[in-house]
Write a protein that binds this ligand. Structure first.
Ligand SMILES: Nc1ncnc2c1ncn2[C@@H]1O[C@H](COP(=O)(O)OP(=O)(O)OP(=O)(O)O)[C@@H](O)[C@H]1O
Length: 333
C-alpha cells in the first residue's frame, strides 16, 4: 500500500519527545532449506518508519501480528539498535545511552512482568527505589499515589506469583511510574484482563496522561483501548507506517463496521432498522452491523423504539479486520 493514507495528525502542538526518521531494523535469520542446509535471509521487521510524538500526547501504535510493533518499542527503549535511520527519545539516542534513557522512560509489557515473581509486591518497589536511585520523598509520593489510584494497598504484601493478571498488571504499571518517567511505553496493557480490570487500567492511564502530562505510546489489539484513550493512532504493517491520524479516519479508510448485539424478548424475523443490517440471528439474539465511525446511540434508540429489547452490547471491529479492509479497498480502487 502506498503511504497516501497517512494523514498528518497535528492534534496537539508541542516539542517532540519521540522522533523517528527512516528507522529500519533488519534481522539476519537462517532458515532450514534441506537436511543440512540453511540459507541466510533478511527479515525487515521495521522498514523505514518516520513519525514524531509531541510531549504529552497519548498515541496508539497498532498492527497485525508480526507487523513490527514490539521491534519499534525495543528500539525506543534501547534494547535493540536500529539498522538504519535516526531515532531520538527526549533528545537521547536510546541504544547509545540506554542507562541515561532508562531514568526517563517506563515500560510495561502485558505478556511479561518486570516484578520479582517470588517477592511481595512492595519488595519489588523497594528494589526499584534503589536501582533507579529515586529520591526518598519522590518515591514515597509516587508510591502513595499509585497505591491509591491503582488500588494496591491490599496487595503490597502478596507475592507477585499469587496476584491475578489484572492485579499484576496494575502492579506493573505502578512499577513503571515510580521514577516519574516522561514517556511510558505500554505493550498490550489490557491483554487477558476482565472488563472491570480493563476499565481500571484505562481510567488510570487517562488520568495519568491528563494530570501528569506523561507521553504514552500504546500498542494493543483492542480497539476499545484506542477509542477510549488515544486521539491519534498509527497503523504499522510489514514494518511500514500505513496510517497516522484519528481513529475515526481509520474506520473511514477501512470502512469498518461495529456490531450491535441485541437480545430480544422473543425470536423475531431479522430486524429492519435504518443504517444497520442484520448479519446473524440466533434465537432471540440478533447481530446488527453498522458503520464504525458512527455513534451507536441513535441506532440503539431506533431499535428500542420498535422492538422488545431486553439487553444489548456493542462489539468493536478487530484491528486485523480493519487493516484487511484497508488493503482490500486499496487494491480494488
Ligand atoms: N530477534 C529476532 N530475530 C529475527 N526475527 C525477528 C526478531 N524479532 C522479531 N522478528 C521478526 O520481525 C517481525 C516483526 O516482529 P515484531 O515482534 O516486532 O512484531 P509485532 O508487531 O510486535 O507482533 P505481535 O503483535 O505478534 O507481537 C516478525 O516477522 C518477527 O518474526
Amino acid at each position: 500500500m502506498e503511504p497516501d493514507l497517512i494523514a498528518g495528525p497535528d492534534l496537539i502542538a508541542g516539542p517532540d519527545l519521540i522522533e523517528l526518521d527512516g528507522v529500519e531494523k533488519v534481522f539476519d535469520v537462517r532458515k532450514k532449506t534441506g537436511f543440512l542446509r540453511r540459507e541466510k535471509h533478511e527479515v525487515r521487521a521495521v522498514d523505514g518508519i518516520s513519525f514524531t510524538v509531541p510531549r504529552g500526547e497519548m498515541v496508539g501504535y497498532i498492527g497485525p501480528n508480526g507487523a513490527g510493533k514490539s521491534t519499534t518499542i525495543k528500539m525506543l527503549t534501547g534494547i535493540l539498535t536500529p539498522s538504519g535511520g535516526r531515532l531520538r527519545v527526549a533528545g537521547i539516542d536510546p541504544s547509545r545511552e540506554r542507562t541515561r534513557l532508562a531514568r526517563r522512560i517506563g515500560v510495561v509489557f502485558g505478556q511479561r512482568t518486570t516484578l520479582w515473581w517470588d517477592l511481595p509486591l512492595i519488595d519489588s518497589y523497594r528494589l526499584m527505589h534503589r536501582m533507579y536511585r529515586i529520591p526518598d520523598a519522590r518515591y514515597k509520593e509516587n508510591l502513595d499515589r499509585c497505591v491509591e489510584l491503582l488500588e494496591l494497598a491490599e496487595l503490597l504484601d502478596v507475592p507477585v506469583r499469587q496476584l491475578s493478571l489484572g492485579q499484576r498488571m496494575r502492579g506493573d504499571i505502578a512499577a513503571a511510574l515510580l521514577h516519574d518517567p516522561e514517556v511510558l511505553y505500554l505493550d498490550e496493557p489490557t491483554i487477558g484482563l476482565d472488563v472491570i480490570s480493563k476499565a481500571k487500567v484505562r481510567g488510570f492511564l487517562r488520568d495519568l496522561n491528563a494530570e501528569s502530562g506523561t507521553t504514552i505510546l500504546l500498542t494493543t489489539h483492542d480497539l476499545t483501548d484506542i477509542e477510549q484513550l488515544c486521539k491519534r493512532v498509527m497503523v504499522i504493517d510489514h514494518g511500514r507506517l500505513m496510517y497516522d491520524g484519528a481513529l475515526a479516519g481509520l474506520h473511514e479508510a477501512g470502512e469498518s463496521e461495529r456490531t450491535l448485539v441485541v437480545d430480544l424478548e422473543r425470536e423475531l424475523p431479522p430486524l429492519e432498522v435504518e443504517s444497520a443490517r442484520v448479519v446473524k440471528v440466533e434465537g432471540p439474539r440478533q447481530w446488527l452491523a453498522f458503520p464504525a465511525a458512527e455513534s451507536a446511540a441513535p441506532l440503539v434508540a431506533r431499535v428500542a423504539e420498535r422492538y422488545p429489547m431486553v439487553d444489548l452490547s456493542v462489539r468493536e471491529p478487530d484491528i486485523e479486520a480493519v487493516i484487511a479492509k484497508m488493503y482490500a479497498d486499496k487494491s480494488t480502487s
